[in-house]
Write a protein that binds this ligand. Structure first.
Ligand SMILES: C[S@@+](CC[C@H](N)C(=O)[O-])C[C@H]1O[C@@H](n2cnc3c(N)ncnc32)[C@H](O)[C@@H]1O
Ligand SMILES: [Zn+2]
Length: 320
């Protein structure tokens, strides 16, 4: 791999680290290593006997962060995996004698795409740069934006753009995509941008953000099944935490935040008895408590310094 610049402005860094209550000899999992911003701060707080487990499904990220974290003395374990498989990852490390069982002291999930992925032209995440239609976070996956754009039905494309992109012109964009691909398959981000531009009325294009922004976000979410995996992933992270261990989840999309809120609430209040029952008979007991009722939001200063943080929300829970 050629040398690539790796800059990702980490969102809600201080707030996340504060909420993790890092023990210097603890074991911490970063499920979304990305540029390593959260991981680096965790490492700074760990002694030589502390452990950082960094997971990412992007091999480029793992390679770059490995270098960034070299100066820190704690034990670092990098795993190319999907964060939804955190249970298997932790179990395997236990089997290999690298960590004790039931001992995860904290975990971070900073959802979505990294600046590194966006800035890397050939990955095809950006509507600003021309590249083959791709957007796979895991370069070993077979399904990419190319298959989505050229093989999904018009109805499915419209649904995805509307739901994940909250794009009001979704139906028209889907119609234009299907018309265009009848002539020849859409192969590049620029071809897709041109189709989107043709579908969105000129007056609308002149006002808001780039006309392809919402559609690209939606395609990325679908290609990487970002929302489909989240619920299971959050359940699994809650499962692997040891008593007192904390999970910090940073989301950027209202649908992501809703899933995080629901999983945490369900585990913090699992009783399914009718409200008018005097005592609980379902026997379901909470194993998680909420640390913050409302999500933690970035400060005004952070939003001014980093536009990407404006939609970020941090939710924290603790294993009991
Ligand atoms: C927003 S970035 C994380 C940035 C990081 N916290 C930092 O400060 O540099 C999200 C990262 O999570 C990875 N990712 C997204 N979904 C994933 C999944 N299901 N499993 C593993 N990694 C995932 C992406 O490849 C990306 O590198
Ligand atoms: Zn009950």
């Amino acid at each position: 791999m050629s040398e690539k610049k790796y800059s990702h402005v980490t969102v809600l860094l201080e707030e996340t680290i504060e909420n993790l209550n890092i023990k210097p000899d603890g074991i911490y999992v970063d499920g979304t290593l990305g540029g390593g911003g959260h991981s680096e701060e965790i490492c700074k707080n760990l002694h030589a006997d502390g452990v950082l487990i960094g997971i990412d499904r992007d091999t480029d990220a793992l390679e770059a962060v490995g270098k960034r974290l070299e100066p820190y003395r704690c034990k670092k374990i990098f795993v190319h995996s999907n964060y939804a498989d955190v249970k298997e990852v932790v179990e395997e490390l236990y089997e290999e004698g690298k960590i004790p069982r039931n001992k995860i002291d904290g975990a971070v999930l900073d959802l979505g795409v990294s600046s590194f992925q966006l800035d890397n032209q050939e990955r095809g995440f950006s509507y600003m740069q021309d590249a083959p239609l791709d957007m796979r976070m895991n370069q070993e996956d077979e399904f990419s934006a190319y298959e989505l754009i050229n093989e999904y039905s018009e109805k499915d494309i419209a649904y995805i753009i509307s739901k994940y992109g909250e794009e009001r012109w979704a139906k028209r964009i889907a119609k234009f995509i299907v018309e265009a691909r009848k002539v020849k398959p859409l192969e590049t981000t620029q071809e897709l941008v041109d189709v989107i531009k043709a579908a969105v009325p000129k007056a609308v294009r002149r006002e808001g953000p780039h006309p392809a922004k919402r559609t690209f976000q939606a395609i990325r979410i679908e290609v990487n099944n970002e929302l489909g995996l989240l619920e299971t992933a959050l359940e699994n992270f809650c499962d692997v935490l040891g008593r007192g261990g904390r999970l910090c989840v940073i989301s950027f999309h209202s649908l992501e935040d809703r899933i995080a809120k629901e999983v945490i609430s369900k585990r913090a209040n699992p009783c399914t008895c009718p409200k008018d029952f005097p005592v609980c008979v379902c026997g379901k007991v909470a194993d998680i408590k909420k640390i913050s009722g409302k999500p933690v939001l970035p400060s005004k200063g952070e939003i001014e310094a980093n536009h990407r943080s404006r939609s970020a929300k941090l939710r924290v829970c603790e294993k009991i």
